[in-house]
Design a binder for this molecule. Structure first.
Ligand code: NI
Length: 206
């Protein structure tokens, strides 16, 4: 169902994003143990089922659609409630907004989703998403702004390079699991190198 729905998505939230998050969530779950694998896999597969960015900022659209599907497929109510809670909490809402993710299953899915937002894949997805919104690659006259609440973050219109400073470079310190922290560190350094190189080329120095 998810594959069919997201096959032709062009904003970086396509089926292959979901596939990578699913694979990464399984990898983290294997290393972190103690997590219920079925819940992790279902939450990973359903985490972007109705993203707020595509639903006029509505954070309840995702959990609602996930619940419908899970109910149709007769998942137990406690598992449905848990998965919907993970989906509701999983979005990034701005630099100044703290994450609250109580369960290990939720921590794993959020980590896996955020790992896909950084590193080489993260760079590709960021430019794809910005392109779909008609944003500039970079505007040296507009400095990055750390968004203090979800409303400010939602309305943000700054350049793609600013998005690295407003979100992507902050993600490594917001990972929950030891496994994800290790992977994030390497992906973070790769992005820093990329930004350095970008600036050098921008300034005609390389
Ligand atoms: Ni996602």
């Amino acid at each position: 169902m998810v594959k069919e729905k997201f096959q032709h998505e062009g904003t970086g939230h396509d089926w292959w994003h979901i596939y990578r998050v699913w694979q990464m969530a399984k990898r983290i779950a294997r290393e972190e143990k103690d997590a219920d694998l079925e819940t992790v896999e279902l939450a990973a597969l359903l985490h972007d089922i109705a993203d707020w960015k595509e639903h006029g900022g509505d954070l309840t659209a995702g959990p609602r659609e996930a619940r419908n599907w899970l109910e149709q497929h007769r998942a137990p109510e406690n598992q449905i409630a848990h998965i919907c809670d993970i989906i509701a909490r999983s979005s990034y809402k701005g630099a100044g907004v703290k994450d609250e993710m109580p369960s290990i299953e939720g921590k794993i899915v959020q980590d896996a989703d955020r790992l896909d937002a950084i590193g080489a894949i993260g760079i590709a997805r960021t430019f794809a998403y910005s392109g779909s919104k008609g944003r500039l690659i970079y505007d040296p006259e507009k400095p990055p702004t750390p968004h203090q609440n979800f409303d400010e973050y939602k309305k943000n219109t700054s350049s793609t390079i600013n998005h690295f400073h407003e979100k992507l470079l902050l993600l490594k310190d917001r990972m929950h699991t030891a496994t994800a922290k290790k992977i994030a560190q390497e992906r973070h350094e790769y992005m820093q190198d990329y930004l350095k190189r970008f600036q050098l080329e921008w300034d005609a120095l390389k």
